[in-house]
Design a protein around this ligand. Structure first.
Ligand SMILES: C[S@@+](CC[C@H](N)C(=O)[O-])C[C@H]1O[C@@H](n2cnc3c(N)ncnc32)[C@H](O)[C@@H]1O
Ligand code: SF4
Length: 443
């Protein structure tokens, strides 16, 4: 592997620009207030097609706030608040289903958050029954859930077992860092025992595509300290590792301001933590996939990367089964017939809108031909690190070639080894709206 630690500090500083993570294109700041009728039109348009479908459900609740968190979270310790939300989520499913043929085939379902495992067994059961009332899953459907190990440890695997019985077959665990000093600094206390025991329980239950989320750039992390977390996780051999750059967006997430800047690693150190752990993962048998994912070579995500069917959606990298996705719940985003739709962000307004019989869509964006062409280029770069030379008519690539991020080969433009680490910067050249958003930094 190239010794990428040698990236010139000046180049690093130059590349450490604010750039989107491109979980969508156009990115969320481009979304505009949109009418319920547009969402209904796109649901019906989609229904007239024979395309596969993905479903996303957002469960926003967390019992405590991790200081680094950039997700859409509602702090909550009241079970009745969660039940009320679930009532409305089930009503939203009924409202959407009015515009979709009964028993429509679904190839992927994902429960994200917040903390989906804050739901209890009865609530999970209720939600899944409601989903099954309107949709049918294909035999090979991926039914996945984000699991916070802290919420499934005390019951000795009972909830995980229940989820498996309900049909869930993929899990993703939030870990971030095993180091207690880092955990203390971000207010996320999660013992190694919790993580390891939960992981083995998931294996024993036969979950596949087991993923572990890690973050680099957190307070007090150093190359040496993070290496211990990386090595321990490699021993566990999860099928996938998502290794996210800490997205510092204090203008959106007030609680991030509670992390003192002086406790954060410098840009150079953050980059070294990434490069060192990346090397460890690769030496440990993982393929580097896209910008921030690693997968064992036999895993479907690694296969999708190698056969160029990998894709990207709001949950990050994904094995492409369906492009169209309906998002349910607070702040959930969907993509239907070349348009994004995002639900209301305020819990009370979301609930009252659903209660009045309306779809809770707040914002959206219908892509133009130009957007679609750029979206395709950005997806190709983010997922396959390459694009056809003809894109030169859309974005100015010469500076990227001069900086050593991109190279010409045959009729293709390929990201160089360093370019792969800065793929967001490369993609941003094709973003027509770059100046209109406020994003986290590239490193
Ligand atoms: C919804 S959470 C995962 C489920 C569960 N809430 C948990 O924390 O275990 C999704 C993941 O997003 C990542 N994440 C959250 N905030 C982030 C940030 N500011 N920068 C980078 N990654 C972040 C974390 O790795 C986290 O595990
Ligand atoms: S990282 Fe997970 S548990 Fe922590 S606040 Fe964010 S969503 Fe909640």
């Amino acid at each position: 592997m190239h010794d990428l630690v040698q990236v010139d500090p000046q180049l690093l500083a130059k590349l450490n620009r604010a750039v989107p993570r491109y979980t969508s294109y156009p990115t969320a700041p481009q979304f505009q207030p949109i009418d319920e009728s547009a969402a209904i039109r796109h649901l019906r348009l989609f229904d007239a097609s024979n395309k596969p479908l993905s479903l996303y459900f957002h469960i926003p609740f967390c019992k405590s706030m991790c200081l680094f968190c950039g997700c859409s979270v509602v702090l909550n310790r009241k079970p009745e608040r969660q039940q009320l939300y679930l009532d409305h989520l089930c009503q939203e499913i009924d409202l959407v289903a009015r515009n979709i043929s009964n028993k429509r085939l679904v190839t992927q379902l994902h429960l994200g958050g917040g903390t989906p495992t804050s739901l209890n067994e009865e609530e999970f059961d209720r939600l899944m029954k409601k989903i099954h009332e309107h949709f049918v899953f294909s035999e090979d459907a991926e039914i996945s859930i984000e699991v916070d190990p802290r919420t499934v440890f005390a019951d000795r695997g009972r909830k995980l077992t229940f989820l498996r019985q309900l049909g869930f077959n993929r899990v993703s665990f939030g870990v971030q860092d095993l180091d207690p000093v880092v955990q203390e600094a971000v207010r996320r206390r999660q013992s190694e025992e919790m993580t390891v025991t939960t992981y083995y329980k998931a294996r024993e239950l036969g979950f596949e595509g087991i993923n572990i989320d890690l973050i680099y750039g957190l307070p007090h992390q150093t190359v040496e300290r993070f290496a211990k977390t990386a090595d321990r996780l490699i021993e566990l051999k999860p099928d996938r590792i998502a290794f996210y750059s800490y997205a510092k967006v204090p203008w959106l997430k007030e609680h991030q301001k509670a992390i003192p800047d002086e406790t954060l690693p410098s840009t150079e150190e953050k980059f070294r933590i990434y490069v060192d752990a990346r090397t460890r993962f690769m030496q440990g048998g993982y393929a580097a996939i896209g910008m921030d994912h690693f997968a064992l070579s036999g895993d479907p995500m690694a296969k999708a990367y190698f056969n160029k069917t990998l894709t990207r959606n709001f949950q990050g990298y994904a094995v492409q089964m369906a492009e169209d996705m309906i998002g349910f719940g607070l702040t959930a985003i969907g993509y239907l017939e070349n348009a994004y739709f995002q639900n209301i962000k305020e819990l009370e307004i979301y609930q009252s809108t659903v209660a009045s019989g309306h779809l809770p869509v707040a914002k959206g964006y219908v892509l133009t031909e130009d957007d679609l062409a750029r979206r395709k280029i950005i997806l190709s770069l983010m997922c396959h690190f390459e694009v056809g030379k003809e894109v030169r008519s859309i974005g100015v690539v010469e500076p990227l070639i001069q900086e050593g991020l991109l190279e010409e080969r045959g009729d293709k433009l390929l990201a160089t080894p360093i370019g792969r680490l800065f793929i967001r910067n490369i993609a941003s050249v094709f973003d027509a709206y770059l100046s209109k958003g406020h994003f986290s930094k590239a490193v």
